[in-house]
Design a protein around this ligand. Structure first.
Ligand code: 5GP
Ligand code: MN
Length: 336
């Protein structure tokens, strides 16, 4: 994989058909970084299209350009048509092709030049011609900002770009709370703010934009589905499929739920295991040195970051929960 800087001269030498893709069920960083890059490439005269492997949460729809994003699962033929003609495919906010779900096999075979921009651990670098992978970065949105400034185009950062990148960096840093919220991040935010963005509205769009059922569901699962393992300083929320049906839970409605147990004194690791019918999805969060990336990789075919990772299981929910508890036992000393 060649360094991302090698494509900087190519950004302005001719117009290209570029596709920008992100991980399945994109969060605000995946969508924000993709749309930020989309608006930037358009200004440089390229013809970019954003494709998401799956649908995304309703509360991301306010982002400028979001209405033009193609859902690969919903609109497969259109997406394939665009992908087949692409000269560049930018892969944002994921480290392994499997994170693009049904797109993965097609992506591997495309003749287009693949470019990685990501901040997750252990990327599949052999799949990319160019790229940058930096786990020290707060968010992929910060890395798009670095690309724009590093390639000499800071003047192109307009309000649309700023709104998208702000949403990504703010959510991936837990509203500027996590260690990734460096001085550089705050300097970047000051530049984004100078474009005239209304950051209060962005926070409201992202956090005060849900339906009643979501809050009732949160209350229900915290009361009925949360288990605390004080001996391991850990907690688990395990949600059966029937709860998702009962509360009419949609894509994105469970985001953030995994963080609640970390607000309990002494809890260093939290897990959310959800039976999504087609698969059992796991999310892990930690505080301090317990590495949930390694944990997710070792036990649940997943990965991510030191303090935030995810994975999956093909077992039943009950069996996955038993495996999780066994995994806690095996990690008991690191959790003390
Ligand atoms: P979440 O728990 O919010 O789904 O994901 C937490 C972090 O782990 C995110 O950065 C996400 O990209 C990553 N992640 C989630 N699920 C998986 C997975 O199945 N495999 C890998 N490699 N990373 C994941
Ligand atoms: Mn991210």
């Amino acid at each position: 994989m060649l360094r991302i800087e090698e494509i900087y001269p190519l950004l302005t030498n001719q117009s290209r058909r570029a596709v920008i893709i992100m991980h399945q069920k994109p969060d605000a960083d995946a969508m924000g970084s993709s749309l930020g890059l989309f608006h930037f490439l358009r200004q440089l005269g390229h013809q970019p299209t954003v494709i998401s492997p799956t649908n995304w949460a309703e509360w991301l729809r306010w982002m400028p350009g979001c209405d033009d994003v193609i859902d690969y699962e919903f609109n497969t033929e259109k997406a394939i048509g665009v992908l087949d003609k692409a000269e560049w495919v930018f892969c944002l906010d994921f480290n392994t092709m499997s994170r693009t779900r049904h797109m993965a096999a097609r992506l591997r075979k495309l003749p287009a030049t693949r470019i990685l921009i990501d901040h997750h651990q252990q990327p599949e670098v052999e799949c990319f011609a160019y790229g940058v992978s930096n786990t020290a970065k707060s968010s992929t949105s910060e890395m798009i900002y670095d690309l724009i400034v590093g390639s000499g185009h800071a003047d192109k950062i307009n309000r649309d770009i700023a709104e998208c990148l702000y949403a990504g960096v703010m959510t991936d840093t837990g509203s500027f709370r996590f260690p990734g919220a460096s001085a550089d991040v705050h300097r970047m935010v000051s530049v984004l703010k100078d474009t005239g963005i209304n950051h209060t509205r962005i926070h409201e769009n992202l956090f005060d934009n849900f339906l009643e059922n979501r809050l009732r569901f949160t209350g229900y699962v915290l009361q009925n589905r949360m288990e605390i393992f004080y001996e391991y300083n850990a907690a688990l929320i395990a949600i059966p499929w029937k709860d998702l049906v009962r509360y009419e839970i949609k894509t994105g409605d469970t985001e953030g739920l995994v963080n609640y147990p970390l607000s309990i004194q002494g809890i260093k690791m939290a897990a959310l295991i959800i039976d999504r019918d087609e698969e059992v999805k796991c999310s892990f969060r930690s505080k301090g040195s317990f590495d949930v990336n390694v944990f997710a990789r070792t036990y649940f075919e997943g990965g991510g970051h030191v303090n935030a990772a995810g994975g999956r299981s093909t077992d039943t929910l009950d069996h996955t929960v038993q495996r999780f508890i066994q995994a806690l036992k095996e990690n008991s000393s690191q959790l003390q």
